[in-house]
Ligand binder design. Sequence first.
Ligand code: IMP
Length: 208
Amino acid sequence: MTHRKLQPGKLVIASHNAGKVREIRALLAPFGIEPVSAGELGLPEPEETGTTFAENALLKAHASAQGSGLPALADDSGLCVAALGGAPGVYTADWAEKERFEGGPGRDWYMAMGKVEGKLAELGPDTDRSAYFICTLALAWPDGHQEVFEGRVHGSLTWPPRGTLGFGYDPVFVPAGRTETFAELDPAEKHAMSHRADAFHKLVEAVF
Ligand code: IMP
């Protein structure tokens, strides 16, 4: 399959999530790309109405490419827990959404991690705690061309949460072969093994 090459210059990071923008900037640093975030350009965040990671990543990438006239890169990612049938999956961010009575709107990642843990606890002490993070990266150009890449990292869930680095569900995710959570690992170490890095390596091979 031939992929369209990404030329040096501006690239919109089609995300309003500060943690993702920070990681994507770090991953793009070596490639002569000038990342500019959708937030900095004042681009609206489209509603994530898709039912798959790829659909949602493409929605975000196309919205930013159309809105800016520049190529745009979007990340749709989530946590899939084996014993929960792959949940929260595409709804990973929604599980953190606070209700009005909880002081919302806004997201509370400790509440979200607690929901996952609560559901695992209901299944009993011997429940399989394996899980993976998935990251789908979509690149879209203003003329409508698109490219999609997917990465994963396997591991297991721990409780209680540990560590203060990273973002989202990092404090409960222990990658396979390690004892630390993603929130305890140095960001460079997380970048070397994460689902985002895996998807990014595929993107780099294809478009740079
Ligand atoms: P969305 O891609 O905006 O739908 O959100 C996916 C959610 O998955 C994020 O807001 C995070 O909570 C979670 N997530 C994705 N990647 C990571 C990661 O690297 N660490 C921890 N949580 C993540």
